[in-house]
Design a protein. Structure first.
Lengths: 259, 259
């Protein structure tokens, strides 16, 4: 009986993996072809990017502040307190900023896309769109996935800057470091190999959140329960995928000699 | 005795000289091993209201989704305004959909758009070259037809069930369709609002001379709207006739619907 359960779970897992692959290939083969839904794309950029800014900014600020304050006792213990801006800068730019912002983004945007498309599916709005002479895949999926892919890297850059500002505040809670010397120390120690891989992987994080949210919503099962499940599994699956992408990215940068 | 509508209409002097706008020839559709439509045939003539009724799950909604191209039949032909739906490319499908209105059972109004935007949506998609003044005029005219001009800037969530149905009807009407497909237009409405919708359907048919295919369980709706009635059992056309002919049938399967 346990074997049957394991078999059905693994079958469902691989079936879903295959469906996501088909959905992704459909996106890749159609996003560059007309008709271009510019109006909806810019609207989604506003919703996905601009309206996520307060949440991303607030969490980034707290993250930078807390990270610095948690790090401080150990740094003081080893007598390298002056190195806090460098260490926090590298940690935020390379890893903590992109991954944490992507996870917040998955929670906010992934669930909202999953729920919105799921509810549109259940209430036949997607069919109505098709009947109205619109390709719903291009109008709903392509615009959201592109907006998520392009907006997340921008949010991460802004989040990193806010996070570092939080760190500057944190450094000054129990010490005195000038604004100029804090930022000088951060930027003097940041290398090309710190910034570029982190920036590149953030596009993949955004793409993953967009495509999973759209997939879960677009194929939502009938009923309100299905909508809730779409929203929930959008967040869970895209969060897991963010960590997998992060793991792959670190291996690739290592192979390319950027670590 | 089973009678196909094709047989019936050939003998019917009322439809003898009228143009056939919709012809369904020997259509089969199944989902997996479960057959939904089996050798279904039907013809509808310009300016005529045909009502299909039958048990839940008998394939009524599947049939109209096949007509509008949301589902593809396994076998058979569906000719809409002299063109075969099954062999249409995307462009031809869009052209056909501009001439065939579809009123969804759930209304399928876009939640994120105002009433005005809901009505503009199909216009902007099908008639791209329209000026804003023309769009405004058509939107207002359509809303006026359903008596809800004052709701133009409201969101669908601010409307009652009956108002939503009327707005959905206005959106269907805005492209001046030659055929309207109604999927259970009075389901979920109280008798008074249901009657208002029925009166509106009759008024629209008289004003614009549209042909209508109505899926309904509502006996009041069937009686008032239908020029002809089709009873669908097990995916087949079981009985065809006027409302009086069908409702007075001694066949136990039919009688059970009217008792």
């Amino acid at each position: 009986m346990a074997d049957n359960y394991t078999n059905s779970i693994s079958k469902a897992f691989f079936q879903e993996l295959g469906e996501i692959a088909v959905f992704t290939s459909r996106f890749l083969s159609s996003w560059w072809k007309p008709r271009y839904e510019w109006h909806e794309f810019f609207r989604q950029c506003l919703v996905i990017g601009y309206k996520s800014l307060p949440l991303v900014g607030m969490t980034a600020f707290i993250m930078g502040l807390v990270l610095t304050m948690q790090l401080r006792p150990s740094m003081v213990h080893y007598g390298v307190e002056s190195q806090i801006p460098m260490i926090v800068g590298i940690a935020i730019v390379r890893e903590v900023g992109p991954v944490l912002t992507a996870l917040i983004f998955a929670g906010k945007i992934g669930s909202s896309i999953g729920a919105e498309l799921g509810s549109m599916k259940v209430t036949e709005q997607i069919d109505a769109m098709e009947v109205s002479g619109t390709n719903p895949f291009k109008y709903l999926v392509v615009t959201r996935v592109l907006a998520a892919t392009l907006m997340l890297p921008i949010l991460i850059i802004i989040g990193d800057a806010i996070s570092l500002y939080g760190s500057y505040i944190g450094v000054n809670v129990k010490g005195v470091t000038s604004f100029h010397s804090f930022w000088k120390q951060v930027f003097d120690n940041l290398l090309f190999s710190d910034v570029v891989p982190a920036f590149v992987k953030s596009f993949f994080f955004g793409f993953a959140v967009g495509i999973i949210g759209c997939f879960k919503g677009y194929y939502s099962k009938k009923g309100t329960e299905g909508v809730g499940r779409s929203a929930n599994s959008s967040v869970v699956v895209s969060s897991v995928i963010i960590f997998i992408i992060d793991l792959i990215a670190v291996q690739i940068t290592d192979l390319l000699g950027y670590n | 005795m089973e009678t196909t509508l094709e047989y019936y209409t050939e003998k019917n002097p009322a439809t003898e000289n009228k143009e056939c706008v919709l012809s369904i020839d020997h259509v089969y559709k199944s989902f997996g091993d479960h057959p939904v439509l089996s050798d279904f045939s039907l013809k509808i003539y310009r300016g005529e209201n045909v009502v299909i009724f039958g048990k839940s799950g008998s394939g009524k909604s599947v049939l109209i989704k096949c007509i509008i191209g949301l589902l593809r039949p396994d076998q058979g032909r569906i000719i809409v305004l002299n063109k075969d739906v099954i062999s249409m490319n995307h462009q031809e499908m869009d052209q056909m959909r501009a001439k065939v209105g579809f009123l969804f059972q759930s209304n399928a109004l876009y939640d994120s758009m105002t009433v005005r935007e809901n009505l503009e949506f199909p216009l902007r998609r099908h008639w791209i070259k329209l000026q804003q003044e023309q769009v405004d005029k058509l939107v207002e005219e359509s809303l006026d037809d359903v008596g809800l001009l004052h709701t133009i800037d409201l969101m669908p969530s601010e409307l009652s069930g009956g108002m939503r149905k009327r707005i959905a009807l206005a959106r269907t009407l805005i492209l001046k369709p030659q055929i309207i497909l109604y999927d259970e237009p009075t389901t979920g409405l109280d008798p008074i609002t249901g009657n208002e919708i029925i009166d509106l359907m009759i008024e629209i048919q008289k004003k614009y001379g549209t042909a209508s295919l109505v899926i309904s369980h509502d006996m009041n709706c069937i009686r008032k709207v239908s020029d002809r009635v089709v009873m669908l059992i097990d995916g087949r056309c079981y009985k065809v006739g006027s409302f009086n002919e069908v409702s007075t049938s001694e066949d136990p399967k039919i009688k059970s619907f009217f008792s």
